[in-house]
Design a protein around this ligand. Structure first.
Ligand code: PRX
Length: 654
């Protein structure tokens, strides 16, 4: 896998707009120079932006592959995200502007958050939660997510947020792995006009989660809708949130935490088997997210920052809750689907709340493209000044659409590469300093040592290779929950004898300007006739065709070429599919990239199989392309999509 032929060339460049650059936090190379000159001093400077109870004695202790940051230091994350703002001019500033899917709204000031978090911290204590205990959070995207997370941080409990779209089995497995004591859930949540029966799911999970002794239930469902079947309370175990809060004392002192005490566990799927419990700690994590939120999003006091991710994912942890709140910013939180009740919901939200910074995912951007420009055009998006992208490579076509249609051609785009494991953004532009190129996450941020290596750990100059991180960073995962051996083998064993090199599992290419282009997971990289092709590049070419909305490319075994390319394509609304279009697309890719990348098969489909977080499940597409039985489909948002595709593929073959 050491070489990945880089086949697409993208030559458009976008310098920071001069007025944006002039006012930006980072508008020179200075942060990089400082970080390069003294790495530890740079991170110490970032950490000093937080409030510490006890100063650290040592910035870094690195015994590969285990790092400890800010040793001897003590702080509390909730005190940093709430209390210190209440003492200053942000006391009455909106911390969270929330909108529910049905259109209900709540705004919590920093003072409100202070009141709620302290009370809920007392509730947790009254339920027997102590420092180091694990608390599960399984909620719709409502302000109680942030209150519960911060209250855990306040008492020193380790939260494990489970995305509200996960099944009872997934919840059960996560609660059992973490041996959680308490679960916080709601009677239900709203998604595309339907009720997600969270409490019912929780009841099923808790029937087989013996460590959970208390369950706190938020009443989310509207009075007229509430029906006991959504919230059958089990005597002794279940408690209404609002009842507990009524009786809770107001005052609460935050628990001083060691910098290296765990803050949370977040489960993420690996290439095989059981989800991995990624463990993040207190001081390093908060340093990484607070610093990157300010720098990458150029966060200012009057910004309205909307990160569209759910708190069930790392993006929601870092850039919906901890990063914005640590900076005393105003964050927008939206419970529901982007196409409910209409396909303009995001743009209506941007207009209504005066969003200035929007951070979303390429999969959403491609959906918006498919739905057409009329939806955003109906709304005044002129307050937007910066756009962000995360989660997968953004193809240049989607980047340009985002730039022009959403950003009105004036907003820089920050394409941010990072992972659940990295805790905070590692590769991204500084919007006031970096010339961007559509499709490139550009370069590592100051304080991050990212490079490209071949399989012998030799550095690659220009060309494709394996992404590697050569120095520890404050917000890195520390271990996998109760499975340190898997931590070592998954992330630090790629290069023999080099436990100091972190392997994220992604391939990338470096261009002549030293820019990085993420090519995706290396298991998504194909070898066609001896050429290594990032499936993303073929997908990117396909979606440049005006008929195509979304494409996923996988490999299947091929006698002569090693692997053949198989493309699954969804077309734009109103576009008809035909054999002629299939041939046209094959030629289109051949023209864009070269004959070697011409897809052997193209299958049109109304939908692609996606996880609930929106990632296309290529593993299942490979199963279809190779004619195998379908593997595990339990993490799919809609399992029927994949069965339909398989039938269609087989019909086409015969
Ligand atoms: O393959 C990379 C892709 O998402 C992976 C991490 O997934 P997860 O832990 O779920 O975190 C997603 C949100 C941070 C990475 O290994 N990825 C993430 N951001 C980008 C990306 N690929 C390309 N460009 C990005 N900006």
């Amino acid at each position: 896998m050491e070489e990945i032929d880089a086949l697409l060339t993208e030559s458009r460049t976008f310098p920071p707009p001069p007025a944006f650059a002039a006012a930006a936090h980072g508008n020179t190379r200075d942060p990089w120079s400082r970080a390069d000159a003294d790495y530890e001093a740079y991170w110490a400077e970032q950490a000093r932006a937080l409030e510490w109870i006890t100063p650290w004695k040592q910035v870094l202790d690195w015994k590969p592959p285990h790092a400890q940051w800010f040793l001897g230091g003590q702080l509390n994350v909730a005190a940093n995200c709430v209390d210190r703002h209440v003492r200053g001019p942000a006391r009455n500033k909106a911390a969270i502007i929330w909108e529910g899917e049905p259109g209900d709204r709540r705004t919590l000031t920093y003072w409100d958050l202070f009141v709620e978090v302290r009370k809920f911290a007392n509730v947790l204590t009254s339920l027997g939660v102590h420092k180091g205990d694990r608390v599960g959070i399984y909620l719709p995207l409502i302000p109680e997510c942030a209150i519960a997370m911060l209250a855990c941080a306040r008492v020193g409990a380790i939260h494990s947020v489970v995305f509200g779209g996960f099944s009872p089995e997934s919840l059960r497995d996560r609660m059992n792995d973490a041996e959680a004591k308490v679960l916080i859930t709601a009677d239900g949540g709203y998604r595309r006009g339907q009720i997600v029966p969270l409490k019912r799911n929780a009841d099923k999970a808790l029937a087989e989660s013996p460590t959970v002794t208390h369950c706190v239930v938020v009443r989310r469902l509207a009075a007229g809708v509430v029906d006991d079947t959504f919230s059958q309370m089990q005597e002794g175990r279940d408690h209404w949130w609002h009842r507990l809060m009524e009786g809770a004392p107001a005052g609460h002192e935050p628990q001083p935490m060691d910098a290296e005490d765990p803050l949370f566990i977040l489960y993420t799927s690996g290439t095989t088997g059981k989800p991995k419990g990624i463990v993040h700690t207190t001081g390093g994590y908060l340093t990484g997210v607070a610093s990157s939120t300010k720098l990458v999003f150029d966060l200012k006091d009057d910004d309205v920052f909307w990160c569209t991710a759910d708190v069930g994912w790392i993006t929601g942890h870092s850039y919906l809750v901890y990063g914005p709140l640590a900076n005393g910013a105003t964050a927008v939180m939206y419970e529901g689907a982007p196409d409910w009740p209409e396909k303009d919901r995001f743009w209506s939200l941007c207009e209504k709340h005066g969003v200035t910074i929007l951070y979303t995912a390429p999969t959403a951007i491609r959906a918006f493209m498919k739905w057409g420009d009329a939806h955003p055009k109906k709304h005044d998006l002129s307050r937007l000044r910066l756009l962000g992208s995360v989660g997968e490579p953004i193809n240049p076509e989607a980047w340009m659409w985002y730039h022009e249609v959403i950003g009105g051609g004036r907003c820089p785009i920050v394409d941010t590469w990072w992972q659940t494991e990295t805790g905070s953004i590692m590769i991204a532009p500084l919007p006031g300093a970096t010339v961007t190129k559509p499709g490139s996450a550009t370069q590592a941020l100051p304080g991050y040592a990212v490079t490209l290596l071949d399989s012998a750990a030799k550095e690659i100059g220009i060309g494709g290779g394996l992404l590697a991180v050569t120095k520890p960073w404050p917000s890195m995962l520390r271990t996998l929950w109760r499975d340190d051996a898997r931590y070592v083998s998954t992330y630090f064993s790629k290069w023999d004898g080099r436990p100091d090199l972190y392997f994220p599992g992604d391939g990338a290419k470096r261009d002549a300007d030293n820019y990085l282009w993420i090519l995706g997971r290396v298991d998504d990289v194909l070898n066609v006739s001896g050429h290594r092709i990032g499936t993303m590049e073929v997908e990117s070419a396909l979606v440049e065709h005006p008929a195509v909305a979304e494409a996923a490319v996988v490999g299947r075994a091929h006698e002569l070429k090693g692997q053949a390319l198989c493309a699954f394509v969804t077309v734009r609304e109103g576009q008809l599919t035909s054999l002629a279009l299939r041939d046209e697309l094959r030629e289109f890719v051949a023209r864009k990239i070269g004959a070697l990348a011409r897809p052997d098969d193209i299958l049109f489909s109304a939908d692609l199989p996606k996880t609930r977080s929106g990632k296309i499940m290529r593993r299942l597409l490979r199963d279809i392309a190779e004619g195998r039985a379908l593997g595990d489909t339990t993490t799919l948002a809609d399992p029927s999509v994949v069965a339909g595709l398989k039938a269609q593929y087989e019909a086409q073959e015969s």
